[in-house]
Design a protein around this ligand. Structure first.
Ligand code: GYE
Length: 619
């Protein structure tokens, strides 16, 4: 009897093994390499933007023999798209690319699928961060660029502008409108009115404008949310004889009736490009499938304003084969003087990556705005190829960045942002999503401590005033705080992102107080939080027990304190983006068009975080 069972077992095992081999063989390309199947859930295969996206995905994938694409078409029906995603998942795809027809409604389905396979979300971002990578445009920025293009064309004249929006329910249109209106508000001489084409089609725009007829007589400019809405509008105003009207729109594709073609034919006066991200999605999909380090969380694509005058130049940029890079690339980094663990890890990551990429890096520290501006001016004088700037504060950069532009030296922002009237004064930003970091900190507070009869009292230790992480970590934290009852921030001293600053902030707050009355300390970075721990201990309190502490960064010192229980939660802000920065610089020098923003991937550490996530820490 036993012998029979053993025999049966062995036969069964053979069958399973053969099945597995067959499955792998079916996935092996002719060269024996494993063939990845990538599921593509498209919102629709109707409007020109999506047809270009599908083409780009296919042509980029065709460059790789080990990729197979499987497309689904939701025909703008969100329930169908949910079913498509589940079906692709059930069919065993290795990775999924999802271009949502309704991002908010699709959030839960994407979140569930993300538990099983890597997910790249294209174009419209779902709520939250439950996906591997988002690639898409900044629609508000696109709206602002369109506004600038209209004002540029209008000069100082009194003008009447008609905005043709897509569906009023579409977040894309709402953001484009918000950016456009923001620019229009800067100019007193503009009268703006907005109409909506709910189906977003060319014919819909044509019909709507024909129905408006004589009302269009005093319109000077039309801003259409897409080139195909723009073409519909053009057909109508031509039929109505209103040739005075100039058109500005968005997308800028090199296809028949695409924005570049319409510019060349004199239909449009300007178009703001809105690349699909299809090429990048396939390139990053391979990085993800090959488990490459440094895949970002978000890639915000660049948009160019193309006019009839700049059409030739833009077409050249599109046609550009990568230029041979004159090695070594001379890069100068205006860095911030040491504040603590994060900054030194960041410097190391950038210095090491420069070595690995063969880049000649000059890095100079400064601890104030005037000092940093002087450093940047010295870099202009030394004619470096690229300037990397970690701006200690957001404001005060307009003049010197304009000098960089005039000197033809592109500026890459590293880890912090600047506030300037013209976004084109810097080339790209690489760093964390500070708003989301602040949200994550407050979400943890809500999960860790509930108000009793008394509200939860929070002491916020802010970083350097006017620094982008300070402003945005505050904004994100208060965004969640404002949704909660009985949680209050009772004081917000600045600690300048260093240990002493954190120590003095807590000591200062405790001074003259009989009883300590704070439940939670929210520190904008680890170094200040560790300073706070020291101050609390000196007051005879148990940090992490008597007072809960949540901080941001994820330095190894802080994670050790987390394990010891003196810190309770650490929201990651990764300093290790040296390789991404150097890759971006190399790509730029070779003539590639780079994303506008590259947002690093980050997690949240608590005492329950899995051990292996602690182990992989490199700083
Ligand atoms: O969080 C902090 C450092 O700019 C993101 O600066 C960086 C911040 C980081 O002082 O530790």
């Amino acid at each position: 009897m036993n012998r029979l069972f053993i025999l049966l077992g062995m036969v069964l095992l053979c069958i399973v093994l053969i099945a597995a081999v067959l499955a792998v063989q079916s996935r092996s390309s002719s060269m024996g390499a494993y063939t990845y199947v990538i599921g593509i859930s498209q919102a629709n295969q109707r409007d020109p933007w999506r047809l270009v996206l599908s083409k780009e995905l296919q042509s980029e994938a065709a460059k790789h023999s080990n990729i197979r694409l499987v497309f689904t078409d939701a025909a703008d029906d969100v329930e169908k798209q949910k079913a498509d995603i589940k079906r692709l998942l059930a069919s065993g795809v290795d990775l999924m690319i999802v271009s949502p027809c309704n991002a908010v409604a699709l959030t839960q389905t994407v979140r569930e699928a993300y538990r099983s396979v890597p997910i790249i979300v294209l174009d419209r971002v779902v709520d939250g961060y439950d996906y591997t990578l988002f690639i898409g445009p900044d629609n508000r920025l696109i709206g602002r660029q369109a506004g600038k293009a209209v004002l540029e064309l209008a000069k100082t004249e009194e003008v009447k502008v008609l905005e043709i929006s897509g569906s009023s329910a579409s977040l894309v249109s709402q953001d484009r409108h918000a950016g456009f209106a923001e620019e229009m508000a800067q100019a007193s001489q503009v009268e703006l009115c907005t109409v909506y084409v709910e189906d977003g089609t060319r014919d819909g725009a044509e019909d709507l404008l024909l129905s408006l007829g004589p009302e269009l007589a005093d319109i000077d400019y039309i801003f259409a949310h897409t080139d195909y809405l723009g073409l519909g509008a053009f057909k109508a105003v031509t039929a109505l004889g209103f040739d005075q009207i100039k058109l500005v729109s968005i997308d800028g594709f090199q296809i028949p009736d695409g924005g570049l073609d319409l510019l060349a034919r004199g239909v449009l006066s300007a178009t703001i490009t809105c690349p699909t991200g299809g090429k990048e999605a396939i390139q990053y999909a391979l990085d993800i499938l090959h488990k490459k380090q440094g895949v970002p969380k978000q890639v915000i694509l660049r948009n160019h304003t193309v006019t009839r005058e700049s059409l030739g130049q833009y077409r050249q940029l599109l046609a550009n084969d990568p230029l041979p890079v004159q090695q070594p690339i001379r890069v100068a980094h205006a860095q911030i003087a040491d504040e603590g663990g994060w900054r030194s890890a960041n410097k190391e990551s950038i210095a090491q990556a420069a070595k690995d990429f063969g880049v000649s890096l000059t890095s100079i520290d400064a601890s104030s705005l005037p000092e940093q501006i002087a450093v940047v001016r010295s870099f202009i004088a030394d004619a470096f190829d690229i300037i990397v700037l970690s701006p200690i504060v957001e404001s005060g950069w307009e003049t010197v960045l304009r000098e960089c532009k005039e000197a033809g030296i592109p500026v890459f922002l590293s880890d912090r942002k600047v506030e300037v009237s013209d976004d084109q004064l810097y080339y790209s930003f690489i760093g964390g999503d500070f708003i989301e970091e602040g949200r994550r900190a407050m979400r943890w507070v809500v999960s860790a401590i509930q108000p009793t009869l008394k509200p939860v009292r929070i002491l916020e230790i802010q970083g350097t005033a006017d620094a982008s992480p300070t402003k945005e970590r505050k904004q994100g934290f208060y965004e969640v705080l404002s949704l909660m009852k009985s949680y209050e921030v009772v004081a917000s001293p600045n600690g300048d992102y260093n240990f002493t600053g954190g120590y003095e902030a807590v000591q200062g707050y405790g001074q003259g107080k009989e009883v300590w009355d704070i439940d939670v300390i929210y520190s904008h970075n680890d170094d200040m939080a560790l300073g706070a721990v020291k101050a609390l201990k000196e007051m005879g309190l148990n940090p992490g027990l008597d007072v809960l502490i949540v901080s941001i960064d994820g330095t190894s010192t802080a994670l050790k304190a987390l394990k010891q229980g003196t810190l309770n939660c650490v929201v990651e802000c990764s300093p290790l983006f040296g390789p991404q920065l150097m890759k971006a610089i190399e790509d730029y020098m070779s003539g590639k068009d780079l994303p506008r923003r590259i947002i690093t991937d980050e997690i949240v550490f608590t005492k329950d975080t899995q051990e292996h996530l602690f182990k992989r820490r490199q700083y």
